[in-house]
Design a protein around this ligand. Structure first.
Ligand SMILES: Nc1ncnc2c1ncn2[C@@H]1O[C@H](COP(=O)(O)OP(=O)(O)O)[C@@H](O)[C@H]1O
Ligand SMILES: [Mg+2]
Length: 152
């Protein structure tokens, strides 16, 4: 699972995300960060496929949160913060934080709700690197070593 990945097609992005999904254990929050068209939903589709969902997932842009039962009994939540006007206040009102312990939570435009995100999460940054190309960077923020007393 490379921390940096240069994708040259949507299929390659999905395949990368499928591989990521294979090692995922709930509960986990995955923040998808990147501009419109960067490939956040492609990553979500790959993760869903890797978790064994056979039906295609669609972007939750108009519903905010889509919920998919997984074959293993867990739940995949697919969240999109793009349309929230006051993203943090509205997401809090919708009870987004309550999902964080409940399953695998994918959040598109997660950078719009920075104070709501749990510190222990996976960040995935996507950027457009030319026609058909996307740079993907993964930061696993879950197992941070505790700061040493001297550093506090
Ligand atoms: N390497 C690539 N990885 C992902 N998407 C790509 C790639 N190259 C081109 N695309 C295109 O970019 C678009 C990404 O759309 P989408 O995943 O919905 O973006 P977002 O959810 O970030 O707005 C799709 O139309 C897809 O076909
Ligand atoms: Mg999207």
């Amino acid at each position: 699972m490379p921390a940096r990945f240069a994708s040259t097609s949507p299929e390659m992005t999905q395949a990368w995300a499928r591989e990521l999904a294979a090692g995922l254990q709930a509960p986990v929050v995955i923040a998808l960060i990147g501009n419109l068209g960067a490939g956040k939903t492609q990553v979500a589709k790959g993760i869903a496929a890797g978790l064994g969902l056979t039906a295609a997932i669609t972007s939750p842009t108009f519903t905010l949160i889509n919920e998919y039962p997984l074959p293993n009994g867990g739940v995949l939540y697919h969240v999109d913060c793009y349309r929230l006007q006051e993203a943090e206040r509205e997401a809090r009102q919708l009870g987004l934080e309550e999902l964080f312990d409940l399953g695998i939570v994918l959040i598109e435009w997660a950078d719009r709700i920075p104070t709501l995100l749990p510190a222990a999460r996976i960040d995935i940054y996507l950027s457009d690197a030319g026609p058909g190309r996307r740079d993907i960077e993964l930061h696993d923020l879950r197992a941070q070593p505790l700061p040493s007393p001297a550093a506090v």
